[in-house]
Design a binder for this molecule. Structure first.
Ligand SMILES: Nc1ncnc2c1ncn2[C@@H]1O[C@H](COP(=O)(O)OP(=O)(O)OP(=O)(O)O)[C@@H](O)[C@H]1O
Length: 278
């Protein structure tokens, strides 16, 4: 176990070195436009720039359709910006790659593979030897509390358990950055709170750079180091806010003055968006 932690810590140090102290993620002047069937141009993202330093937990919040998922997809290399650039670890994104891990809202596990096989999938593709794979998978099974469920198949798991596997699978690949698109959006509120606690704990251990999309303002403040509030029509960053809450964090913080003040400010920014004509 210790050696896995040490290995991933070394990798983080190496990543910081190869990134030459640059931001882990750098989005510069990104525009994304679509052609509509009636021959018009629709601007999904307009001049979006942001920089996420290494080991930071960044959260994107904003009204529906402001381009949060689009920004994650562009960073994942699943689509290309119309203009501007996105760099991860100092390298320009030109397509999908194992240096970026993704966790989606919909469950994306391979149904024909067990929990263990799902987590080790990327490691096998990398050609890692079996003993090393087993050590890493055991470590992450333990991290997400699924050691007893290693041989189950996705259809035998609850939604929360499937998302734990998805998080373990993404982290086991030791990506430079973890992109999370409303990963808890489909869960009931009790499970969602449990998953937030779990993610906080796992993140404290891994200190991965994260970009996390959510509609839930409490979730944004509870998890994030920095919150980007986006506006729609066109999609853009309206405000970048540091979260003043110390770590480690827990649910009780939602009652604290600083938390409530930040929530009020974000709500104000989002309400201004809702008042805009469609
Ligand atoms: N392939 C496409 N062609 C045209 N428009 C698109 C396409 N994909 C997305 N859009 C539009 O781009 C805008 C941004 O979509 P996106 O899904 O990124 O927003 P979002 O903020 O993640 O929304 P939500 O919170 O509802 O998931 C939306 O208005 C959407 O309808």
């Amino acid at each position: 176990m210790g050696s896995v932690t040490a290995m991933h810590r070394d990798a983080a140090v190496n990543q910081a070195a190869t990134g030459n102290q640059q931001d882990r993620l750098r989005v510069e002047q990104v525009c994304l436009r679509y052609s509509t069937p009636d021959g018009q141009t629709f601007t999904a993202l307009e001049n979006v720039s942001l920089s996420v330093p290494d080991q930071q937990f960044a959260v994107l919040v904003g009204p529906s359709g402001c381009g949060k998922s689009s920004l994650l997809y562009l960073t994942a290399g699943l689509a290309e910006p119309t203009s501007g650039s996105i760099c991860v670890g100092g390298k320009r994104v030109e397509g999908p790659g194992a240096d970026r891990g993704m966790v989606f809202q919909s469950y994306t596990l391979f149904p024909w593979l067990s929990v263990r096989q799902n987590i080790e999938f990327g490691l096998k593709r990398k050609g890692m030897v079996s003993a090393e794979r087993e050590e890493i998978v055991d470590f992450y099974l333990n991290e997400v509390g699924l050691t007893q469920f290693a041989d189950r198949y996705p259809k035998q798991l609850s939604g929360g358990m499937m998302q734990r596997v998805a998080i373990a699978r993404a982290l086991a690949n030791d990506p430079q950055i973890l992109l999370m698109d409303e990963p808890f959006g489909a869960l009931d509120s009790q499970t969602r709170m449990q998953m937030q606690q779990l993610l906080l704990r796992v993140w404290e251990h891994s200190k991965k750079t994260v970009v996390f999309v959510t509609h839930d303002i409490d979730e944004a403040i509870l998890l994030g180091d920095r919150v980007y509030v986006m506006g729609a029509r066109p999609g853009r960053i309206k405000r970048e806010m540091e979260v003043p809450m110390p770590r480690p964090r827990d649910m009780d913080m939602v009652m604290e003055r600083q938390f409530i003040e930040m929530k009020r400010e974000i709500l104000g920014l989002l309400h201004n968006e809702l008042d805009k004509p469609h």
